[in-house]
Design a protein around this ligand. Structure first.
Ligand code: FAD
Length: 194
């Protein structure tokens, strides 16, 4: 899995602080105030900053969980237009750690690959052949959200109830956002598990 920051609002914390101070007609400069606004529930101010990430090598199972977040924007690799005849796949650690389970898993992937290719070879369109593809298939996606939505996503998906793959991906995103906008995201540090 790779997580690359494509773009982030320049001087994000300054814009957020500026916007928040307009609400109260207050002067001065102290980014700590952003953390206090977030704690008090005045979160709309952090919507003025956005970040875009290019995420690759996650499973379609993971991307399906990700795209449930409705206030973000997405562009995902298409299985209608891009051939999957050499598809790569994610192997969960629980399966990877057992030779027996890994062999079953790899056999299944190989069978699916053969079936997909055979269907395409006899003229079935990629958009229909893809119906045999597994959740394990890797994908890539560009995702843009404002900071308020990133906080919502990260809180839900870094939580121990979320699945390991999306937790791990969100850990990467959280590290980057904490570095770029510490007064907005630092409280999420304790949720990062790896
Ligand atoms: C541990 C875990 C297990 C899950 N299991 C399942 C499952 O078994 N089945 C399943 O279907 N889903 C499951 N989900 C997905 C979950 O139900 C949400 O769809 C997903 O987390 C997106 O969250 P959201 O709707 O809060 O946020 P977003 O879509 O990111 O929206 C952000 C926020 O905007 C507000 N908002 C957005 N749209 C609306 C709206 N239409 N009305 C009112 N407020 C809105 C809400 O405050 C929301 O929190 C699971 C999620 C987690 C984290």
């Amino acid at each position: 899995m790779t997580v690359e920051l494509l773009s982030i609002t320049p001087d994000a914390e300054e814009i957020i602080e500026h916007a928040g101070r307009v609400c109260y007609l207050s002067d001065g400069h102290d980014p700590e105030i952003i953390t206090r606004w977030i704690k008090s529930g005045h979160e709309s101010v952090i919507e003025h900053a956005v970040a875009s990430f290019h995420i690759s090598g996650i499973s379609r199972a993971c991307s399906h969980q990700l795209v449930r977040h409705r206030l973000a924007s997405y562009s995902q690799q298409s299985q209608r237009y891009v051939s999957e005849d050499q598809f790569e796949y994610v192997i969960p650690d629980s399966i990877k750690h057992s030779n027996y389970c890994k062999a079953i898993y790899e056999d299944a992937m190989s069978l699916i690959q053969t079936a997909y290719k055979a269907l395409v070879e006899v003229g079935i369109k990629k958009e229909d052949a893809r119906f045999v593809l597994p959740n394990a298939c890797t994908t890539e996606i560009v995702m843009t959200a404002n900071f308020r939505e990133w906080r919502t996503i990260l809180k839900l998906r870094l939580d121990k109830h979320a699945q390991w793959e999306i937790r791990s991906m969100c850990g990467e995103i959280a590290r980057i956002l904490i570095d770029k906008a510490p007064h907005v995201f630092s409280d999420l540090k304790e949720l990062i598990f790896n």
